[in-house]
Design a protein around this ligand. Sequence first.
Ligand SMILES: [Fe+2]
Length: 492
Amino acid sequence: MSKQKRQEAWNACMGVSWDSLDEEIPSSSIGGTIPKSLRGGRLLSNGPGWTKIGGRTAHPFDGHGYIRSFFFDEKGSCHLRGRFVETPSYKRERAAGTLVVRGLATNPSAQFWKNIKAGGEPRHVANTTIVRWKDKLLAGWEGGAPYALDAATLATQGEEHFGGALAGQATLAHLRHDAAADRLVACSPKMGRHTGFTFREINAEGKAVVERTAQLSGMVFAHDFAITPNWYILGGNPLRLKVGEFLKSYMGFSTLFQAIATDASQGGALYLISRLRDGEVKKVDLPQGAWVIHFGNAFERGEEVIVDACAFQRFDFGGEFGYTGPDTSFDPTLPDQREPQRLYRLSLPLDGRPARCEQYTAYGIDFPRFHPDHEGRETPALYGATRSDTRHSDPFDSVIRVDLCDPERPAALWSAPEDVFVGEPIFVPDVQGDGAQGHVLVLASWGLARKSELLIFDALRLGAGPVATIPLPLLPIAFHGAWDPPKTDGRK
Ligand SMILES: [Fe+2]
């Protein structure tokens, strides 16, 4: 495909926007059959659903969160519902029809004085993750507390503070669920010359029952973390502040995002922070550079903590999702200019022996997912979004399954047709299975044809292609999703 066609396809996906969506896709128009085990449940996804705002293009990180629910009824039909997360930033910009609130990576105006005038109101767009927690859905985002949504209607309820524990606190976009303890784990960063991270564990009644804070040396970037029964795990990800750019950002000429850079002078490392004791932190140096955006699973084996992570050997900010600026098109070839992130198994001895780092598969992988109940203990497989061309990663065109018990076994792969992009694959285990059986749900975006598809695969036969293909209108690219198993709360 020509570069121009690819650019057109990608821009269609990144720029499409809907208001509320309510559509039934009858079983008669679905290719194949929605597996019976999935009926009564739904796929949830979140991502920036409004990026072209009043003639300017917001960085995808600053686009307004758009929640999608794909509910599978007992007759084998699918019900699509789409709703924006109605944060104050969303309401202001919807009323104005233009960018009003400064974002991490987007200014409302090309004129610096207008950006200063916009003030310091924090932009909260709740656009990154979506998790079911008891009777609510939580939309997570960096830069604020998660937003609670009505689980049945997707109506916005407001910031979720869990009885005040998160009041005034931002959290990392990712939340983790310790299924064995039935606790939701949230991590709040406090940036400065040094970086504080406070982990809170929320019990089934919505109370924070554990709170641990760690002070890490220097500025540390985190978007995600992992957990084991005894540890929280963070990437070392050292940041440096570009003072000149920071001043330019303060003066409205540029953004905060342009003022941070990775600190390439430091090697790769992970932090282990005790879940059991206050202040116990271990920094484990890695044998190579590792910039971790997303973690897969982690678990403990003897005197080692084993961590699966998608890491860049070196990373530079800029050009995410092909973003080139507020007045120009997305360029999907931009991410090709850097080395892709790879999946690594990182073995971290607790007795001071050196850490080991083993690459799993030649493919560039991101959006790692695994059995949702295996958080913190060994799991048989990892699913991710990847690229059929192993030299590159995003935009992704393939789904991969990596056998974590037998990494020598060639990874199973399914690739979309040319010009079609795929998102994060969500693994849904069979309730009766041994943890390996189940299905994988993936959204595919056909930018040129202006359509999307929800694809359902047999998890153990990815290469055989989807067992169900659900036709959809072209939906905005999503960041992350979750499976919401069958329940009886009347949702659709
Ligand atoms: Fe993420």
